[in-house]
Design a protein around this ligand. Structure first.
Ligand code: FAD
Ligand code: NAD
Length: 503
């Protein structure tokens, strides 16, 4: 039985990037907010995902950039120093110490409760603290679930203690031979990183291409680049057996004829030092007591544009981040966090209307505006549909926003596809010898606006935001013509694309 009972206006489950942002925004009209977190404040992104993975990838980018410029290339006299990379990775991951983020959280006036929360009924949770003691926490107004996601590990790998992204991003050892199972974002980024660090990498892809969510040319470019760097990329595969034998894992891999490219099915036997399973993630809702709310454990928490959970009455339950299955990146989860935080701060504004707060409160938060909010207001996560950016930090980088050509066609929109080879730009010839890259826009013909954009090439990550602004702003191509990119930058591709469109 729980011995202590606490009450707060708002309870946030999970102190990942999303939970932190929800809590900060929700507290802005004076609501009391507690954040419950059993592990590190900062969540997956800070310690086992975005930050350490990018720290592993950055040295390879820097070396490649220098090697591509005569005059600088000769200064590169060595390769990557894996030990130094791992030391810097440790620093970027704050040595898995959350003191800095705890200080921020407390400085923002939020309460942190270390423990794992489960619902026991509507607005009531029991929190198990590290010492096993139980505490009942009641939310007077709202609960936000931001418990993130966990890796999916297919049964084939259950007995071989495979790496997931957690072990890969926090390792202090570079395996001489690494098999990577999967062809998505985690697989391609970490295959790139470990190839840079000196592992002999084999990528085992179930589908016919890498990065299946992106335009096909993106995955093809990444596969080509990995192959050129000595990585084996095997498409159309399935791992039928995985057995650990001491320090080694033995895999049996079946390849379909089409993918094997030789007209025959093939079976490969592969011995590696580690297997990284990168076969996707699922929402962390298994053990949240969702059944006490009439929801099914294990399912994603389905939300609307206010991030309010469907199927629960009373307008008190919200969710944001990976747990919703609606977003799978930190940036988009934080966007949703800001929306739900503002919805809660406004809807449950505790200050008396007589003091003049309800109609126009701090930072413009307003109960009435929240109730009547339209798409694209601060209270609706409108960009989650059709305007989501994603950057994959492979080499070449892949960055896209909005709809791919295939998605637009599926949606029945008449589109024109504009493409340009980045290497043909003046800016590219300055950036690197033999710069290779490509940009593609998907344009809605009837409305003359950009629905989607894909960039592939070295250093394209930061070019994406211009496209995101164009997509979100629904800027007509005729107006984009007046957004003049500087010469000689890679952004001049916008000019070339508009010329290709006949503007
Ligand atoms: C290898 C890798 C690299 C990535 N790189 C990028 C990138 O470069 N850019 C990007 O935008 N995204 C990236 N992502 C995705 C990004 O990490 C996630 O989208 C993001 O971490 C989701 O944040 P979240 O707050 O929803 O969940 P999380 O960060 O997972 O946080 C959830 C928190 O909830 C806590 N929790 C769980 N159960 C309970 C409970 N019962 N009670 C209380 N607390 C609980 C957990 O301990 C955890 O701290 C990457 C993902 C991976 C795997
Ligand atoms: N740079 C970034 O923003 C970044 C980096 C890493 C991860 N993430 C996020 O994390 C999420 C998870 O990434 P991910 O790469 O794990 O998932 P994913 O969904 O991108 O890719 C999963 C891959 O595993 C394959 N797969 C699924 N089941 C399989 C099975 N049983 N056997 C073999 N292959 C199988 C799929 O075909 C796919 O290629 C992504 O949605 C991504 O947005 C973002």
């Amino acid at each position: 039985m729980a011995e202590v009972t606490d009450e707060y206006d708002v309870v946030v489950l999970g102190a990942g990037a999303v939970g932190e942002n929800v809590a900060d925004r929700a507290s802005r009209t004076g609501l009391s907010v507690v954040v419950v977190e059993p592990a590190l404040v900062g969540g997956e992104c800070s310690y086992w995902a975005c930050m350490p993975s990018k720290a592993l990838l950055r040295p390879g980018d820097v070396l490649a950039a220098a090697r591509a410029v005569p005059g600088a290339a000769a200064a590169v006299t060595g390769g990557i120093d894996p030990a130094a990379v791992l030391v810097r990775r440790d620093e970027v991951a704050a040595h898995w110490d959350d003191a800095g983020q705890v200080a921020w959280l407390e400085g923002a006036g939020l309460t942190l409760l270390r423990g794992r929360a489960r619902f026991t009924g509507p607005r009531v949770l029991v929190v198990e603290e590290a010492d096993g003691s139980l505490r009942t926490v009641t939310a007077r107004r709202a609960v936000v679930v931001a418990t993130g996601s966990v890796p999916v590990v297919p049964g084939t790998f259950a007995d071989v203690r495979p790496w997931t992204s957690r072990e890969a991003t926090s390792t202090h050892r570079v395996p001489p031979r690494l098999a990577v199972v999967g062809g998505g974002v985690v697989a391609t980024e970490l295959a790139t990183a470990f190839a840079d660090l000196g592992s002999e990498v084999t990528v085992l892809v179930r589908g016919e291409r890498l990065l299946a969510a992106a335009e096909p040319f993106a995955g093809e470019a990444v596969a080509r680049a990995l192959t050129d760097r000595g990585v084996r990329v095997l498409l159309g595969t399935s791992v039928t057996s995985a057995v650990r034998d001491g320090d080694e894992v033995r895999l049996v891999v079946e390849r379909r004829a089409t993918a094997a490219g030789d007209g025959q099915d093939a079976t490969d036997r592969l011995s590696v030092d580690e297997v990284l399973v990168a076969t996707g993630r699922r929402p962390a809702t298994d053990d949240l007591g969702l059944e006490t709310l009439g929801l099914r454990p294990g399912d994603a928490l389905e939300v609307d544009d206010r991030l309010q959970v469907a199927g629960v009455d009373g307008g008190w339950l919200f969710a944001a981040g990976d747990v919703t299955g609606r977003t799978a990146t930190t940036h988009q989860g934080k966007y949703d966090a800001r929306v739900v935080g503002d919805v809660i701060a406004a809807r449950f504004d505790p200050r008396p209307a007589a003091e003049g707060h309800a109609g126009g409160t701090r930072q413009g938060l307003s109960r009435q505006a929240e109730a009547e909010a339209a798409p694209w207001s601060r209270y609706r996560a409108t960009a989650d549909v059709g305007a989501v950016p994603q950057v994959v930090f492979t080499r070449p980088q892949v960055a896209w926003v909005g709809r791919t050509h295939e998605q637009a066609q599926r949606d029945g929109v008449e589109v024109e596809v504009l493409a340009y080879e980045l290497g043909d730009l003046g800016g590219a010839s300055v950036t690197a010898e033999d710069y290779e890259g490509r940009v593609q826009l998907v344009v809605d013909v009837a409305r003359d606006v950009v629905l989607g954009a894909t960039f592939v090439g070295p250093d394209v990550a930061d070019m994406l935001h211009a496209a995101t602004v164009a997509v979100v702003g629904e800027v007509p191509l005729s107006r984009l013509w007046h957004a003049v990119p500087s010469y000689p930058t890679l952004s001049e591709v916008w000019l070339r694309l508009l010329e290709a469109a006949g503007r």
